[in-house]
Unconditional design. Structure first.
Length: 270
DNA sequence: GGAATTTGACCGGG
DNA sequence: CCCGGTCAAATTCC
């Protein structure tokens, strides 16, 4: 481990990051197996949820700091090893320009980390969707979220979620989740799962967006059918942690995300 | 009626 | 000029 960290080649951190991400994916599998068999109303279930939450929080932080180290290292090497011209300042600009241009557009926030997960909505933060795009020839659209407290607290954190093109294994849906900008919002201001639970009783959250997106049926050559299934469980407004696992609807929704439910149209690209 | 989402427009970098 | 990130009007949801 230390050897890897100390190594000066570009792949050093990446290896560790990959391992942690793998660990994360395994934890997610475990999570998906365990949650359904728990009695949602038992205190035990809450405790287990909490433990999962903490584990994910930890690995998230590890990945985050490793990515930062990785970026720093890459920049180092980039500045040492010359390349063509002033062109590679571009990367530096992205890192520093947060104030340079006073205006909004374009990645003003630097990339923090990327995670591959089965549960892109479970990361302990609340997000609000602000966009969705079909990316080049990707099979799935990418959704854009910003911190739910971006307005009240000016939190610059954003994230993108895009389903990975499956690498043959058809049983698991993986999502690429990219995080940009550091959270500056007050964590105390964030409602915790258990509070939320008490606050509003169970609703069929997972189905609330279906109707509105049903207009999005297109028989183009671009697997747009995907979109209809994505809307089945891509619940932009849902709290991004496990919280609602205590209610049956939510547990079912997550089941859909992780298992290949027959209710979900097959990926026509598979 | 307010809040959140959807979706096409817009913008800017490469 | 294309691509992808963001805006914002329209729409939906509660």
């Amino acid at each position: 481990m230390m050897n890897i960290l100390e190594s000066s080649n570009l792949g050093g951190y990446k290896e560790v990051i990959n391992e942690v991400e793998h660990q994360r994916a395994l934890m997610m599998d475990l999570h998906d197996l365990v949650l359904p068999i728990l009695d949602p109303y038992s205190g035990q279930a809450k405790l287990i949820q909490q433990l999962f939450e903490e584990v994910f929080s930890c690995s998230g932080k590890i990945i985050s700091s490793l990515e930062l180290g990785d970026n720093r290292e890459k920049q180092d090497i980039l500045t040492k090893c010359k390349t063509k011209g002033g062109e590679n300042n571009v990367e530096n600009h992205i890192f520093e320009e947060n104030k340079g241009r006073g205006n909004k557009r374009r990645k003003n926030a630097k990339h923090i980390s990327s995670v591959v997960t089965q549960a892109p909505y479970f990361d302990g933060y609340q997000w609000r969707k602000y966009g969705q795009k079909w990316i080049s020839k990707a099979k799935h659209s990418r959704s854009y979220y910003r911190c739910a407290y971006s307005k009240e607290q000016g939190c610059p954190a954003t994230k993108t979620v895009q389903q990975k093109e499956s690498d043959g294994n058809g049983t698991v849906r993986l999502f690429n989740v990219g995080y940009y900008g550091q959270h500056i919002c007050n964590r105390d201001g964030i409602v915790h799962p258990y509070v939320v639970e008490a606050a509003h009783d169970s609703v069929a959250i997972a189905s609330q967006n279906q109707s509105s997106s049903s207009t999005f049926v297109n028989t183009d050559d671009h697997g747009i059918q995907d979109e209809s299934f994505e809307s089945l469980f891509m619940v932009p407004d849902m709290p991004e942690y496990l919280t609602e696992f205590s209610d049956v609807e939510m547990a079912r929704a997550f089941e859909i995300t992780s298992l290949n439910s027959p209710m979900i149209p097959e990926d026509i690209w598979a």
